[in-house]
Design a protein around this ligand. Structure first.
Ligand SMILES: C[S@@+](CC[C@H](N)C(=O)[O-])C[C@H]1O[C@@H](n2cnc3c(N)ncnc32)[C@H](O)[C@@H]1O
Length: 290
C-alpha cells in the first residue's frame, strides 16, 4: 500500500488546491493537515517523513474534498486567528477578517487614552472576536455584545469561556440596541463599536463563492445600498452613548462618504474621521459625540 508522509501529502494537496483555484493552497494544506494530526504548523516541518495512518488519511480526504468545493478552511477546522487570538467559528458566524483588526486597534487606542473604567458596546458581535480582542487588550473595561443570531451567540459564548472573559463580557440576543434598557442596564457606553453587515445587493452577487455560499447572509447583506444597519445605528444611538463617548465602525471599501454624511445628519458627532486600510480602501469610521 502507498505510504503517505507529511511531506508527500503537503506537496500533493498544494498541487491539487492550486488546480482547484483554492486560495493560499500551501497554507490551506498545512492547516488541514495540522487539524487532522492535532499538531502545530512547525511540527509538520520537523516531522516531514512521518507516515500518516489510514484513519487520519480518511478524515483528511473528506476535508480536502470539501475544501476543493471552496468551503472555507476556517469552517473546516472550526477555528481561525484574530488579533493573535484563537477564535472558534462555525457556519452560524462570519469568519473574522484581518481588516477588522483595525477596528480593534482604534477601540484599544481610544480606551487606553481614556484611562478610566469604561463600558463598551459591541453591536453585531458574531463570533465575539471584536469584544474578546478589546477585553484582552484593555484591562479596565466591561463589555456588552449583541447579535440577532442565537447560533452566532452560542459560538461567541464558547469563545468568551475559552478566553476566560465571562466576568467581563455580557451577551444579549436581539436587534441592535433592543436588548439593552437605556438607563437601567447601563448609564451609557463610553464606546460603541460595530462591524455590521454592509454588503450591497449588487456586491452580494459578485462575492466569491466561498463567502456567498457558506457564510451567513445575515452577517453580510446590508440592504440594497449596504447601509441599512448604519442608518438604524445612527437613528438609535443617542441615548446609549455617553456625552463624551465615541462610535467606531467598520465600513465597506467605498462607503466612507455615505457614512460620513449619515453621521453628520444626526448632528450628534464631531471629529468624524474615515480611515483607510492597508489596501487603501475605506475601512474605519471614528466619530466623537459632540
Ligand atoms: C459582519 S458580521 C460581524 C461579526 C463580528 N463582529 C466580526 O467582526 O467578525 C455581522 C453580524 O451582525 C449580526 N446582525 C445582523 N443584523 C443584526 C441586527 N439587526 N442586530 C444585531 N446583530 C445583527 C449578524 O448575525 C452577524 O453576526
Amino acid at each position: 500500500m502507498e505510504q503517505w508522509t507529511i511531506q508527500k501529502l503537503l506537496d500533493w494537496m498544494n498541487g491539487y488546491f492550486t488546480e482547484k483555484t483554492v486560495d493560499a493552497p500551501r497554507l490551506t494544506a498545512e492547516l488541514l493537515l495540522c487539524h487532522v494530526l492535532g499538531c502545530q504548523r512547525i511540527e509538520l516541518y520537523t516531522n516531514f517523513d512521518r507516515v500518516v495512518d489510514q484513519a487520519r488519511l480518511a478524515r483528511l480526504r473528506e476535508l480536502v474534498k470539501r475544501c476543493a468545493e471552496h468551503e472555507p478552511v476556517a469552517y473546516l477546522v472550526g477555528r481561525c486567528e484574530f488579533y493573535s487570538l484563537a477564535i472558534k467559528v462555525n457556519k452560524s458566524c462570519l469568519i473574522p477578517r484581518p481588516e477588522t483588526e483595525l477596528l480593534v486597534e482604534r477601540a484599544v487606542d481610544f480606551l487606553r487614552a481614556r484611562q478610566t473604567t469604561a463600558a463598551v458596546l459591541d453591536l453585531c458581535t458574531g463570533s465575539g472576536c471584536v469584544a474578546i480582542a478589546i477585553a484582552k487588550n484593555v484591562a479596565d473595561c466591561s463589555l456588552t455584545a449583541t447579535d440577532v443570531s442565537d447560533d452566532a451567540l452560542s459560538i461567541a459564548n464558547a469563545n468568551i469561556k475559552t478566553h476566560a472573559l465571562a466576568e467581563r463580557i455580557r451577551l444579549l440576543c436581539g436587534d441592535l440596541f433592543d436588548p439593552i434598557v437605556a438607563g437601567l442596564d447601563e448609564t451609557g457606553f463610553d464606546l460603541i463599536v460595530s462591524n455590521p453587515p454592509y454588503v450591497s445587493a449588487a456586491e452580494f452577487e459578485t462575492l466569491d463563492k466561498n463567502v456567498r455560499d457558506y457564510e451567513p447572509r445575515q452577517a453580510l447583506y446590508g440592504g440594497i445600498d449596504g447601509l441599512d444597519v448604519y442608518r438604524r445605528i445612527a437613528e438609535k444611538i443617542d441615548p446609549f452613548l455617553k456625552p463624551d463617548g465615541a462610535l467606531i465602525l467598520e465600513i465597506g471599501y467605498a462607503q466612507g462618504p455615505a457614512i460620513r454624511q449619515l453621521l453628520e445628519q444626526t448632528a450628534l458627532f464631531k471629529n468624524i474621521k474615515v480611515e483607510k486600510d492597508h489596501s487603501n480602501n475605506d475601512r474605519i469610521v471614528t466619530a466623537h459625540k459632540a
